[in-house]
Design a protein around this ligand. Sequence first.
Ligand SMILES: Cc1cc2nc3c(=O)[nH]c(=O)nc-3n(C[C@H](O)[C@H](O)[C@H](O)COP(=O)(O)OP(=O)(O)OC[C@H]3O[C@@H](n4cnc5c(N)ncnc54)[C@H](O)[C@@H]3O)c2cc1C
Length: 382
Amino acid sequence: MKLKFLLNTIILLIVQSNKAQPTLKVDSQPQCYSWAIVGAGLAGITALAVLIDNGVDPSTVAWIDPEFNVGRVGKYYRNVPGNVQASRLILYVNTCPFFKQINPSAFDKLYSCDPNEFQPLHVIVDPLVDFTDYLASMVTPIKDSINSLDYDNNHWVLNGTDYTINAQKVILAIGAHPRRLNYDITEIPLDDALDQDKLATLVSPNDRVAVFGGMHSAILMLKYLSECSVKQIINFYVEPYFYDAPGLEGITAAYAKNVLEQDPPGNLIRLLNIAENRNTILPLCTKVIYAIGYEPNPILVNGSTRLAFNEDTGMITQDLYGIGIAFPPTGIINGHKIAKNGLHTYLNYAKKLIPQWITNERFKEPVPSFEIIDKHPDLPWI
Ligand SMILES: Cc1cc2nc3c(=O)[nH]c(=O)nc-3n(C[C@H](O)[C@H](O)[C@H](O)COP(=O)(O)OP(=O)(O)OC[C@H]3O[C@@H](n4cnc5c(N)ncnc54)[C@H](O)[C@@H]3O)c2cc1C
């Protein structure tokens, strides 16, 4: 009896450890997954749901992320005011495959919001945490960071810190990090500054804080800093901000309209980012925040970090595809090329391109330019 129990326990442990550690480096013949998705942020979650919805057997899919915590939004931006209304978040829930089925308690909060109000991002992050668990239970989740990918003998080899994973096709949803400049001033990282409570602990009444940037994040910084106790706020911007999608929305737009333009705080100045202004003012600044956009997280593909990406097909190279803020579709706004980001963009993009990635049919004929199917375009949020 005891022996049987012991045997069962050992078998259970082996099964469980196989699930958690699918292909150890020492494995001589590792399993080859049909698909691997790298990244579990908004884009990776969406891509996986759409992939399974298009008939890919989830048991043949590996999903890799070091944290499985809804990416950058889950880690840093839960309290950031979103730039879409609650109704748009609900629309995503209703149109993203499988999401509605899981009905987590966190939906209550989302559904109880005023549909026309702009909500902090945690109202969508909380249900997405449960959705991540649900999707992870369907596929093989692997907690790891992929350092490089190499194409070898008709499949991709994904070299992680702890595992090596083989897959026929790979979707990179690896996200991006805030861009920085390198002025010799103490930097407050944007990810920290976007948390208003944290920002308040990182500045003092003697600080003159320089904020670089002119859109959503930068204007939010001006709002947050003007509500902290700092000596002066100096905003260096290149282009004037603008309103409505894809410009400022929600509380950031309200602050710009009602405060910046009507009655700006006495300790706030906005200056064009030109050498003359920088040379005079920057030496006086004690802290700096760079709110100037994001750049893709690096990854080595066949020995190079310089990845060509075709936004019409979503293809990086043979059997390797990109989605999310690292590989966004773009549009021209006010004469400038801007990246289109956000849940709806990723969902529309995935619904349009993933069926083609599955069949490879897109390569037979040119694919027309990507268009947002939704009548509300998604917003750049930098
Ligand atoms: C102020 C602000 C407001 C915003 N408002 C909204 C909004 O209202 N609505 C909206 O939809 N979006 C909003 N966003 C945008 C949102 O933050 C981004 O669009 C989103 O985070 C991008 O998702 P992603 O999945 O592409 O990348 P990320 O969120 O960065 O996720 C990437 C994931 O990949 C993983 N990863 C990276 N490299 C590797 C690797 N080598 N191996 C394994 N895993 C890896 C990371 O751990 C992470 O989990 C806002 C952003 C900001 C800053």
